[in-house]
Design a protein around this ligand. Sequence first.
Ligand SMILES: [Zn+2]
Ligand SMILES: [Zn+2]
Length: 138
Amino acid sequence: MERVSRRPKLPKNYKLIYDVLCAQAEGHHASASEIHGAAKQLQPGLGYSTVYRALDRLRDLGLVLEVRLPESASALYEPARPGHAHFHCVGCGRVDDVAFSLPEPELAALAKRHDIEIDTMVTTFNGLCQGCRGAAAS
Ligand SMILES: [Zn+2]
Ligand SMILES: [Zn+2]
């Protein structure tokens, strides 16, 4: 989405959090405490609340995607990348990326129909992963 390409000037700490997220493997979804741990290695003394504020701000800017799971209080984070949704296994709790996007015309039609402006889209599918399906069958 267009928002992603805009790079506003970020406060130093926020930039650090963003860099930490970008450094993680593609397809990895990190918890706030995991991000805090990695960021602290680069900048000792960095507070947990700073990490939270940074993640909120980065999410609002469209740079970071926040994945909220129904039964979990804490969200997972990754750098925003278009063209994917999430598959959440209700059996083991894993979260995987799946290739998914809504065609631009459909998105535009949706926005028009409801008279809204859509900035970001976070889609999560729920079900059973391969491993859990196997376990359920046996
Ligand atoms: Zn599973
Ligand atoms: Zn993802």
